[in-house]
Design a protein around this ligand. Sequence first.
Ligand code: TYM
Length: 332
Amino acid sequence: RPRVLSGIQPTSDSFHLGNYMGAVRQWVDLQRDHQPFFFIADQHAITVDWDPKLLRERTLRGAAQLLAAGVDPEKSAIFVQSHVPAHAQLAWVLNGLTGFGEARRMTQFKDKSAKGGEGAASVGLFAYPVLMAADILLYRPHYVPVGEDQRQHLELTRDLAQRFNGRFKKTFRLPEPYILKATAKIYDLQEPTRKMSKSSSSPNGIIDMLDDPKVTAKKIRSAVTDSETEVRFDLGAKPGVSNLLTIHSALSGESIAALEEQYAGKMYGDLKKDVADVVVDFVTPFRERTLELLDAQDHLQQVLAQGAEVAGQVAESTLRDVYQRIGFVAPT
Ligand code: TYM
């Protein structure tokens, strides 16, 4: 079975709808006929300011949310990045193969370091995509299910894999991004030309999956649309309406075309009300399951221990090959 791997950062109390639709939903689907590895990227979370207590809580909340979303520990290795030391170890090797200019070109680094200036950004933030490449390459996955914003990091990953294979010996598989066009980028409800993101300026633009469903419904009802009245999918001219249609379609299973037909002659308010219902029906049980799982910390820890065990074996075997091929002397 082809392997898949992906990760999510524990940088917020709750996954948002973009995380779910852009990535986690595909993880759940792919686990059926793939060999999956999914992890909470706690090491990526310390590339910007963090609070240790929150990081600890959010890491466990992240794991609980994966399970609540349907990631199944019987099928998938679910683990915490820092539990498998090979990630950081391979990242160090890849650092030596990555050009400074190449890392600097990463748009996420440019965006995230824009506020305080490059000088205020951490070296960790700069090296972030290299750690991500290590995360991926260790498992030799065929596919990496992510949202559109990770595409450039995957290109770097492939470049590094190719470089390593060419310079030493074929060691890594070149992974393919698995990005579903329909939901690759979910937009902010208040600023529908920007992606929904943990660092959005207004909390009203983000649908946090663990929010009180009433709050979520209210946010959707006050989503920004446009001054026309026609419900039509057109990302350029009607980003707000299009985003609502995307969300509706992904959760209800109805096609965009069918929805357009259904809302012909109706008002934006009708669409918003229905999107709110569809989302609330989805997040309500998700939230309940997550809270239950968080009450069963022993079970959660056990799942993570088992995941780290399975992942660790694969990762360490790749790392041994790498160390040998680059000329590190094996300890006796
Ligand atoms: P992170 O934690 O920012 O996001 C987790 C996943 O959610 C996707 N995503 C979105 N998809 C659609 N619309 C949106 N508005 C949206 N916002 C976020 C992201 O694309 C991602 O798939 N660097 C990664 C974590 C990571 C990783 C890896 C991923 C670390 N190592 C190895 C894959 C493989 C990140 O910060 O994702």
